[in-house]
Write a protein that binds this ligand. Structure first.
Ligand code: ADP
Length: 281
């Protein structure tokens, strides 16, 4: 992750896992009304859900908004083992007894931070339930193990991300959870915006980035021929960085774009043909 924030460990009194806005603005190119809607939600303490495919700028958007709103940021990557205790905290055994240690969500609640739960649907059901009382008028976090009921400090805001493309029926967000959020839709940016982002993030030349975005458009068209994953802006940025570092555009596309997307020989050949046709040296 880019260094737009001062992280724990950089400064003694800061809390583990909490990132504080640095003087450098995290670069984010907006594609709609998401910045102003988010600002309104923040003012009204409304929880926000960012919906969209991987690599299309959701995390960068949250970093940008935390910087804009001058709030600390706690980012939690959810996975299928993530439990309520991982979010809220647990008792740890020390040589002189047990001590309570806040989890990252509790830290964010006490501090009035923006707390971003990336891919929330991956978390265990007990972890998802824990966030419910934080998303309504109560804005509290009950900690069963200590009997504490923590009121969220001013500025606290819950943000989750959700990739509708990945969900299985067994792993979808329950309506009772979904309806607690304002939802902002994210998608791949229009070509000229995508090119602007890639140029900024990679330092590659405009002409080659223009070709790369054209190539991505053609490869995205292969989705209906069985390509499960299509190239995200993240993948294009990574490929453009290889090109900016001096690797030939063709090779950069083979290793940075084609190979990460599929193992299927037919699709690989089709994509390589597109690379050869579009990415002229
Ligand atoms: P997500 O959280 O949706 O998986 P990220 O926010 O990590 O995706 O975006 C991946 C990368 O793509 C970012 O690090 C950034 O380089 C680039 N990116 C994508 N969209 C934007 C945008 N709108 N503005 C700036 N950078 C973007």
């Amino acid at each position: 992750m880019e260094d737009f924030f001062i992280k724990s460990g950089d400064c003694g009194e800061q809390l583990e896992g909490v990132r504080y806005p640095d003087s450098v603005e995290p670069y984010y190119l907006s594609v709609g009304e998401e910045v102003s809607v988010f600002e309104q939600c923040h003012q009204r303490s409304l929880a926000v859900m960012l919906k969209g495919p991987t690599g299309c700028g959701k995390t960068r958007f949250v970093e940008h908004m935390a910087w804009r709103l001058k709030r600390p940021l706690v980012v939690i990557s959810c996975h299928d083992d993530l439990s309520a205790a991982d979010l809220v905290g647990r008792f740890l055994i020390h040589h002189n007894g047990t001590v309570w240690q806040d989890g990252p969500l509790t830290r964010a609640v006490r501090l009035g931070a923006i707390c971003y739960l990336d891919e929330v649907v991956e978390a265990r059901a007990d972890a998802v339930v824990v966030i419910h009382p934080l998303t309504d008028y109560r804005r509290v976090l009950p900690i069963d193990k200590t009997g504490e009921l923590i009121e969220a400090a001013p500025g606290f805001q819950l943000v989750v991300s959700y990739n509708p493309g990945y969900q299985h029926v067994s792993k979808d967000l329950k309506p009772s959870t979904r309806q607690r959020f304002v939802a902002l839709d994210f998608d791949f940016p229009p070509p000229e915006r995508e090119a602007e982002i890639i140029i900024h993030e990679s330092g590659a030349e405009r002409a080659v980035v223009h070709d790369l975005v054209g190539l991505a458009g053609r490869i995205r068209g292969l989705a209906n021929r069985g390509l499960a994953e299509v190239p995200s802006p993240r993948l294009l940025v990574a490929t453009a960085r290889l090109i900016a570092n001096g690797i030939t555009p063709q090779l950069a596309c083979y290793v940075g774009l084609v190979s990460p997307l599929t193992d299927d020989p037919g699709l690989t050949a089709a994509m390589r043909d597109l690379v050869d046709a579009i990415m002229v040296e």
